[in-house]
Unconditional design. Structure first.
Length: 140
């Protein structure tokens, strides 16, 4: 599962803009074979008085925390490629709108994750392909 926490000033995104943002995020993962339902995005509106950059209140910043669980990036070149892909998908929703944007990715151990009480199937397995097809967890 990728879990995206998007911290932003109030009113930064309309419901339609949030949906487009999430569609762009989801595309990062479905293109590598993950089920859509793995992708979770939570928008957190943070008042200027509670959002500081360099000790100063910020009203034009977006901070994104991504937690990767379903797949981990071992190869340094793949890590750079993934960071660049994330930055490119964030840009239309942040920097191209004049917002400062920073993100980082954490990798959570896969064996500490369950969905509906079911441990996820092994990566690239037939069971995982079924989860993609059905877009839901299925006991295997």
């Amino acid at each position: 599962m990728p879990l995206w926490h998007i911290y932003h000033p109030p009113g930064t995104y309309t419901p339609q803009q949030k949906k487009q943002f999430v569609d762009d995020i989801t595309g990062i993962y479905t293109r590598v074979g993950l089920p859509k339902f793995y992708v979770v995005a939570i928008f957190h509106e943070i008042e200027e008085a509670s959002f500081f950059i360099g000790g100063e209140p910020s009203k034009a910043s977006v901070r994104v925390v991504v937690e990767h669980i379903a797949r981990h990036l071992e190869d340094p070149a793949h890590r750079v490629e993934t960071s660049e892909l994330i930055a490119s998908r964030l840009a239309p929703h942040t920097t191209e709108r004049g917002l400062h944007c920073e993100f980082h990715v954490d990798e959570t151990p896969r064996d500490l994750w369950m969905t509906d009480g079911i441990a996820p199937p092994p990566s690239h397995s037939e069971a995982e392909k079924l989860w993609v097809q059905e877009n839901r967890p299925i006991p295997y």
